[in-house]
Design a protein around this ligand. Sequence first.
Ligand code: 5AD
Ligand code: SF4
Length: 472
Amino acid sequence: MIEKQPEAEYEKQLACIEEARLLAEAEARQKGRPLFAHIETFGCQMNARDSEKLRGILAKAGYRDTENEDEADLVIYNTCTVRDNANQHVFGRLGHLNGVKRKNKDMLIGLCGCMMQEAHIVEKIKKSYPFVDLIFGTHNLYAFPELLLRALRERKKVIDVRDRMEYEPEHLPVVRKYPFKSGVNIMYGCNNFCTYCIVPYVRGREFSRKPEDILDEVRRLAADGVVEIMLLGQNVNSYGKTLDEPMSFAKLLLAAAEVPGIERVRFMTSHPKDLSDELIEAMAENEKICPHLHLPAQSGSSGLLKRMNRHYDRERYLELVRKLRAKIPDISLTTDIIVGFPGESEEDFKETLSLVSEVGFDSAFTFIYSKRSGTPAADYPDQVPDEVAHARLSKLLEVVKKGAEERCGRFTGRTEKVLVEEVNREPGLVSGRTPHNIVVHLPGDASMIGKIIPVKLSVCHGFYYSGEKDGE
Ligand code: 5AD
Ligand code: SF4
């Protein structure tokens, strides 16, 4: 198990940031302008949280953030390897960066994240994309300051990818995307080995952060103006099992909700096999825990679920949904679904469609199965032809959309507490989210950002609402 980042290691990384800042400052002086960094995040919320740390470190090192990678002095791609299309996207973007770097030889290009935890990818980059300057993985994010300094100082390729995490990265400086909400990693890795999934191979074995460390972080966030937190892990329902003193996820959730200043707690992702009655009870009883559950079903066919190694069947999933709705009647349920898993028959697919209709999801992320080398399913016979998988995806999307539109309407006329997140592109409007995670647009201005206000949800537009502040 990993300890909290020891002070000495933390101090060392801070010293590296300071040295990097001096180097960057010298370069900026020479160029007669500030230096810019562009960070591109692929994949999940955990990567998004990691990127906030990259951004925090780079800000302390004197880099300004830019959306435009072509004008950046430093570009970092924080990659995802769950599906092949994300990988292909990264390679495509690298091709473009090669051209940019030809014109700007000083540009530093860094790659990190899950793709870098795969040895064959690192080999490919070394061979085919030699202009990449810095490569590191998910396990040594904590050492980014040190690696950045080496890349800046030595101006030669730096590659450092580890098999396991030595220090948690949680104490690094952070620049949050939103001042008022934040993700909080509560665990790393995954032990489930769903047969299609690469995550257990790249992110390693599951381990939980200590509750006192997590709650310390939540307190620090609250003191910094955060009102909504999202507890993050690949399988939060098994939180605490690896601790010296085991603790359930429900208890952690309740403790996080108790932190003064925290108004809303969300979490992601729940595995149906580990969803406990205690968690359902906690969600039903505690007003701060948002009534939204992301519960990936993956398929509606028991046979396929077995071959996916999901440890539940269709009936068990539906039973969970019944239990949840009995305790939390209007809970929002969202899910992930894969089509085209090897051996998926027309019959299996129909069962997925019928599961979607029967449950009534508020929304669903739908994916075409992507073969990941090294996973058991990559060697399964009966891989589904592309055109069949695409046709199934279109059909599934139709059914998901129809169901989601029907569900979304249930709030019409109700007043809900909305956390205002941003000004809308349309002048005079702001946008926010209800506890059920439904987007609402309402008249307002930037002064409302970060505030939780009662909003009457007047008109449902399929997946979102327009409303107005209640009580005016
Ligand atoms: N192909 C397609 N989708 C996948 N997912 C994970 N691995 C694969 C794969 N090989 C999906 C699952 C998971 C989500 C994060 O990504 O639905 O819940
Ligand atoms: Fe992948 Fe399954 Fe672990 Fe989720 S629970 S990360 S799908 S192996």
